[in-house]
Design a protein around this ligand. Structure first.
Ligand code: CDP
Ligand code: CDP
Length: 231
């Protein structure tokens, strides 16, 4: 078998993007962080005053969608592709807790999903892609040759994300991070459009007790087997 499509879904902070990126680098595939696209739409809505702590104007956000242009671009010296929102590199800005607080409600909006899913499908036309998110194996690439569904305990995931945010210099409490992760888990799994659910043919990986290396080798072996047509 030639190049395949790899879909990695699962809960927040399970290590999806880390393993997806490692896999893409190893195989010479393109890595696409679909969550960055939902985050960039959210950032746009925040910047335009369409959403804030005080209000959330769904109709205005839907009407603004044609003005939102997303692109991934990688300089040779960068470790991964950055996401550009209307020509501006927003890779760093989309990672703060404020964006994390609004992103899951934004991701429930059907029109937002339709726009981003269409772009994601385009990016996978040539195969040789590893995409991570919540609905990649169920909606974006239902025919992906390899589907992984990742999970870990909420406490462990919140610890991982808390450490990352502290390293970014955010003044934040562990309890806020845990609350955000639990709130997003709830919204992502209960929304009507493309909820976070394991595809019937996805392979479950719980990495609560796995380090990054073990997790990578587990997924790489699965990918090699698929590429060689062994399973
Ligand atoms: O912070 P984390 O890496 O867990 O999340 P992310 O992958 O950056 O995604 C942020 C949010 O975008 C998720 O909590 C979902 O609400 C939404 N999302 C989605 O609905 N569908 C996707 N394919 C990817 C992300
Ligand atoms: O993409 P997702 O939100 O699923 O997770 P990530 O951004 O790849 O990983 C979140 C954080 O957890 C990163 O700092 C990873 O290095 C860390 N992590 C870990 O320490 N051990 C794992 N088995 C998986 C992730």
């Amino acid at each position: 078998m030639g190049r395949i499509t790899i879909a990695i879904d699962g809960y927040s902070s399970t290590g999806k993007s880390t393993v997806a990126k490692q896999l893409a680098d190893y195989l010479g595939y393109v890595y696409v962080d679909s969550g960055a696209m939902y985050r960039a739409v959210t950032l746009y809505a925040m910047q335009q005053g369409i959403i804030s702590k005080a209000h959330f104007d769904t109709s205005k956000l839907i009407a603004s969608l044609p003005e939102i242009h997303l692109k991934f671009y990688k300089e040779p010296s960068w470790n991964k592709a950055h996401i550009f929102l209307n020509g501006k590199d927003v890779e760093d800005k989309i990672r703060n807790l404020e964006v994390s607080e609004f992103v899951s409600p934004v991701a429930t909006i059907h029109e937002v999903r339709a726009k981003l899913v269409a772009q994601q499908k385009q990016m996978g036309l040539e195969k040789g892609v590893v995409m991570d998110g919540r609905d990649i194996g169920t909606v974006v690439f239902p025919k992906a040759e390899l589907k992984i569904f990742m999970n870990a305990s909420a406490e462990e995931r919140a610890q991982r994300r808390y450490k990352e945010l502290l390293e970014r210099g955010e003044q934040i409490k562990f309890s806020e991070v845990l609350k955000n992760i639990q709130a997003r888990d709830h919204i992502d799994t209960t929304r009507d459009d493309s909820p976070l659910v394991k595809a019937a043919d996805a392979i479950d990986i719980d990495n609560s007790e796995m380090n990054l290396e073990d997790q990578f080798h587990t997924v790489l072996q699965l990918a090699k087997d698929r590429i060689a047509g062994r399973v």
